[in-house]
Structure formats: C-alpha cells, structure tokens
Design a protein around this ligand. Structure first.
Ligand code: UFG
Length: 331
C-alpha cells in the first residue's frame, strides 16, 4: 500500500516509515521540517510541505497517489501549548481539517492518527482504558482530543475509516541504530537522563518528589517507539469504512522517575547526578495504560518495551549511532 505519512520525518513518524517499508508498504513522507529531520527520511519519497497547505498536499497526493494517510504532523510541546495555544490549534486541529478535506477531494478514505494519553488529563482511575473520561488539562491535549472528535464526525458523515492511537510515553530508538529521538529543545525524561549520563548536561532535575506514588516521583508507562510503529502498520489493515476506533498504546507497567534514573545508571555505567526540584505544573502523578483493546483489535503485542531495552536502545543511539547517521546524511 502507498501511505502518505504526514510528519514522517519526526521521531515516531520516521520509525513508522521504516516499519511500513519492512512490511512491504511505500511510505511517502510529507513534512515541513519544522521539527523533523531530513536524515530520518530513508524509506520512500519525500515531499516538503506544511500540513496547512492544501495546495501542497494536493500536489503530493496527485504525484504519489497514496491509498491511506497516517497523520503525525503536529506540535507536541505541552508547556509551549500553554503559552502559544493558537499555534497549537492551527497546526494540530487546522492541519487535521486541511488534511481531511484534501483526502476527501482525492477520494482517500483511510486515516491513522497520532493521538496521546494527554487527552485523558489527570485520569479518574487507573489503569486508563479507552472509555476513561478524556478531560485534557492543556491545549496540546485538547488539540489531540479535538482531532479525534473531527475524525469521529468525518467517519459518520463521509464514510472515512479512521483509527486514533493514544500513545503513552514514547521512548527508545531503532534497534539497528538507523533512527532515534532528536528534539530541540529536548524535554523528555529518558533522553535528558541519558544526556546527564553522557556529560552533555550536568544533572537531571526531578520535577517533584512528593507525589503519592511508591517513591514520591511521577510514574509513566514507557513504550518503545518501534512497538508504536508496529501498531500503525497493524491499524492500517483493520480500519473499516465509516468506523472510528481509538486504542491506548502502552505496556500496563509504570516506572517512576527514580526507577528510570537508577536503571540508566546501571545500563550506562555512568554516575547520573539527580537534583530534586519542585513539581512541573500540569504533571499527572501516574499515567499507566490498559492496552488490552489494542492487543485484541490490532493484535498488537509490544515486544521491545521493557524499560531496560528502551533505555539501552536510546543510549546506543545517543552514544554510538547518532553522529554517524546524521553526518552520513550531511556528507
Ligand atoms: N521529568 C523530570 N525531569 C525532566 C523531564 C521530565 O522529572 O527533566 C518528569 C516529568 O515531570 C514527568 C516525567 O518525567 O513526571 C515524564 O516526563 P516527560 O516530559 O518525558 O513526559 P510527559 O509524561 O510529560 O509527556 C508525555 C508525552 C507528551 C504527552 C504526555 C501526556 O511526551 O506528548 O506524556 O501526559 F502529552
């Protein structure tokens, strides 16, 4: 299948392109390079363009004739979404509308959408199931919930086939070292902990040590990016005309910040200085998925998401492959 991957030069998008190619599909990357990287586009054609540019999208679709779309194109800094909400709504909601209208004009009836556990806000119960109330606490989470609502309506009105995948904490890197996580600025815990291990930063700040969790630090469900990628490939094959589906992608296992840092010390063999700081506003204490629905409906079994493997692959990317991959492309 030819698949237009909007945002395919980003972290989860690029890993998904590799998984699509390995499954015999052709990923066609459409990316603005606002946060994506050209070295991460290696498994199919590339079209440079913005998600809000309907003419650019139409031209890419006319040229490559995709049969389905995966939409990763979005802004994803939770903190920035609080200070620049309209930027987030324009990209994440406006972009979704432009993409859906363009798809409809070209008779493309299938979309897999990159959603988030941020749509749940502070969950009313744990583990989080798909029917848990979606009550986001920041514009980023609201923009993703709106994206899902638009898709649900488009399925009912136009016979679109759509699946939203609600990621928990994406982490790790491609096992072959082809791809990894590169954000600027980096805000995610695991790459920051590994930067502290490598000496790029002096320490890792722990945002809050007084939560009601086993050790006082926040608990998250870290899921390997390659497992997320596999779920997108599976979702494409189960989308059904006129139906909207949403699935949690997580492991059901939570790890605290202290546990992550401790495992990272063991795995890297480096001392990692941790400094306790105050809470970061808007952090739910615990986010852990019940992903049974994805296991059944998508036949999705995470195989790479053990915390050690997540940290090991991220560490290998940072300490070994990263420079070679980026330089190879630049050269
Ligand atoms: N943290 C630290 N120190 C740091 C960075 C993070 O203690 O330097 C903590 C955070 O406060 C949080 C945990 O580590 O408790 C994980 O933080 P991340 O920023 O890695 O991830 P989040 O859980 O905040 O965010 C993730 C996704 C978002 C998504 C969100 C849903 O990255 O896209 O889950 O809550 F919106």
């Amino acid at each position: 299948m030819r698949v237009l991957v909007a945002g395919g030069a980003g972290y989860i998008g690029s890993h998904t392109c590799k998984a699509l190619a390995e499954a015999g599909h052709t990923p066609i990357v459409y990316d603005s390079f606002h946060t994506g990287h050209d070295w991460a586009v290696r498994w199919g054609p590339l079209e440079h363009g913005d998600i809000n540019d309907g003419a650019g999208l139409s031209a890419a679709i006319r040229k490559h004739r995709p049969e389905a779309v995966i939409n990763f194109a979005a802004l994803a800094y939770v903190g920035e979404s609080n200070t620049e909400p309209t930027k987030y709504y324009r990209s994440n909601v406006g972009g979704m509308i432009t993409l859906l209208e363009t798809m409809r004009a070209h008779d493309i009836g299938t979309m897999v959408f990159s959603s988030s556990c941020a749509t749940y806000g502070v969950p009313a119960h744990l583990p989080i199931v798909e029917s848990t109330r979606q009550d986001p606490i920041n514009p980023y989470g609201r923009s993703k919930r709106m994206g899902e609502e638009i898709l649900r309506d488009a399925c009912a009105a136009h016979g679109l086939a759509a699946i939203a995948l609600r990621y928990f904490n994406a982490a790790g890197a491609d096992a072959d070292g082809d791809l990894g996580e590169e954000h600027d600025p980096e805000t995610h815990l695991i790459p920051l902990v590994l930067q502290a291990a490598s000496g790029v930063r002096s320490h890792i700040s722990i945002f809050g040590t007084d939560y009601e969790t086993q050790d006082g630090t926040c608990v998250r469900d870290y899921v390997h990016v390659a497992d997320l990628a596999a779920a997108h490939v599976a979702a494409l094959s189960v989308c059904q005309k006129g139906q909207f589906g949403a699935y949690n992608l997580g492991t059901g296992q939570g790890a605290s910040i202290n546990q992550v840092i401790e495992r990272a010390r063991e795995i890297t063999g480096r001392p990692i200085k941790a400094v306790a700081e105050g809470r970061r506003p808007g952090d739910p204490p615990v986010l852990v998925a019940d992903a049974s629905l994805a296991r059944t409906a998508l036949q999705w079994t995470p195989t790479q998401s053990g915390l050690d493997n997540v940290i090991e692959t991220a560490w290998r990317w940072m300490s070994d492959y990263r420079e070679r991959r980026i330089e190879a492309k630049a050269g």
